[in-house]
Design a protein around this ligand. Sequence first.
Ligand SMILES: *Cc1c(COP(=O)(O)O)cnc(C)c1O
Length: 710
Amino acid sequence: MEFLTSPSQKFDLPKRIARLGELATNLWWSWHPEAARLFGRLDYDLWERLGHNPIRLLNEVGRARLNQAAKDKEYLEYYDELFKKFDAYFISGTWSQKTHPELKNPIAYFSMEYGLHETLPIYSGGLGVLSGDHLKEASDLGLPFIAVGFMYAQGYFSQRISEDGWQESLNNPLTFEHLPVSLVKRDGEPVTIDISFPDRSITAQIWEVRVGRVPLYLLDSNVEGNSDYDRLLTARLYWSDLDRRIMQEILLGIGGVRALRAMGYAPTVWHMNEGHASFLTLERIRELVAGGTPFEEAAQKTHKQNIFTTHTPVPAGNDEFPLWLIDKYLANYWPELGMTREQFVDVAKHTHPRGDAYSMPVLALKLSGGSNGVSELHGEVSRDMWKFLWADRDVKDVPIQHVTNGVHTRNWMARRMNLLLEKYLGADWYDNLDDHTLMDKIDAIPETEIWGVHLHLKRKMAFYLTERVRDRWTRGGFHPVQVVASGVLINPYALTIGFARRFATYKRASLILSDVERLLHIVNRPNMPVQIIFAGKAHPADEPGKQLIQQVYRTVKKAETGGRIIFVEDYDMNLARYLVQGVDVWMNTPRRPYEASGTSGMKAAINGVPNFSVLDGWWREAYNGKNGWSIGEEKEYESNEVQDAADAESLYQTLEHQIISKFYDRDTKDMSHEWVALMKEAMKTVIPQFSTRRMVKEYVEKYYVPALKK
Ligand SMILES: *Cc1c(COP(=O)(O)O)cnc(C)c1O
């Protein structure tokens, strides 16, 4: 292609190890722990202190150390071995080439956020991590995949908890030279795209991130010529004010299509991850209308290639705009589609008692050839929620199916656990990770070995948590009670339950606190102590979410907890990795059926950590009675209060009578046979089925390939 990207980073490296620069600027390294080790080995302390940022590490480690590494025989062997793997990755035949040679043109994927690595904080939670995992898997499978999102110059906020439990948010403006991003240029000039609003135009430039084979393009409105207000448009994830929200979504959907065109791409599949990108459907129609095709025909022609994935099981959670905003920002757009205002509004109209709104999911549902929810139950809930759009159909015929989410296995499985599987499932087990029968070999892993790996990961987590507290304490402004509340007294041998996720009220973080007396009794059992680790951010504008954090924090601070109930600040992908790999039980207590899928429990299970969760989202499909525990029943309740009380009782009962005793039922060698059986069963059932390998292949077969058929 005639495009060049202009990297923001410069390296000065000894020739023999110069390719470290190449590795640092392709996120491939982030899902290959052995590649991360190549950086870490240069200076583990610095690597940790810089938050696993290879670009900064290479620039700050110092020439002397680099020269030394360039002569270190052992390091060079590791280096050569790693680059053999790296090169093989890019040249070898791929699943996509072998299985679906018809997929030649790009599949374009649009998402508001991408969780790729903690050093690129352009994600807020599960939606972003899912997009990030999707790209990594698309790269592994060799799909012709490209992606579009935003370069949030201020990143997502870091979380601090004040002494009385209130969430404070700190912005950390990103330094582009420290990030694996390159500005897209042509003839030395940045490639830009324009969007006209009725009263002005805005311009955006494009950054490229290499995710293995997949390029991710991030739009950035911080360019000269835009007003100060417009320059901030892409500075943050999820502005709370509606003006900026709609402008962002116009930029993502309409601007994203224009950006791909400006770079010469001609995608044949357009996948919208959530409704934020729905305007892309209109922009593709506009392209045809500009060439003389009438709207209806253009809509029919583009329909089949649009794929829409919804993640929201609650009507109130869906993205909608009041009509006055549509007038304010799109009044000059509908004439370009050959439409009247009424026709334009009609395509996305959602009628409420309080009036009409412009609904992004309605827009996507009406103009897409394929739509899906993200678990079986969420598919059902979605068909029910949107059946009014197909008034003449039975609910079962509403055209929304489901593809249950998955996680990227290499990205989330501990390096040691992967090595263990290589030993017992075969060195190439990863190539066949979605093969259920291969997983039977997990039974043959000796108990001591799998338990040994788990204990190692648990100690590693405990060590990491105390390191964090030490670091936080030295930076000041931290009360001694908070030191205890952050986990400094953690015991790596006590039964440890993890609960970490976004603090949204439906996730009911405080369900386990509904009877504090009973809980204190549980955590303080003589000889059988229980620890609970909480972590998670609330959206800065979500007051109930922040109150929930405060409620949890107030319990955490009680001296009677013995330092066994803790809250760890600033949940991100790095902390998530330690927790899902290091705890004994992963707990999730959403109010059914509001957890569309959930993914953190999958990350835990693939590391041998059983789930203890409400039968909602993915867990409803995965739970088999032997790979973890359920909370509550699969039914509808007359009120939230009744549901919460029933689920809390079920939670306490199972914890008291099943989980604790099983964990502490040890033989003379301090081994719990039943517990290890649970761990193995969790891995066997979750690795193949709840992987992005299975998920992306399912998108290919159910949506991407059919979209190509005329
Ligand atoms: C996996 C992950 C999530 C999603 O967790 P859920 O179980 O879906 O709530 C959120 N945040 C981070 C940092 C994650 O790694």
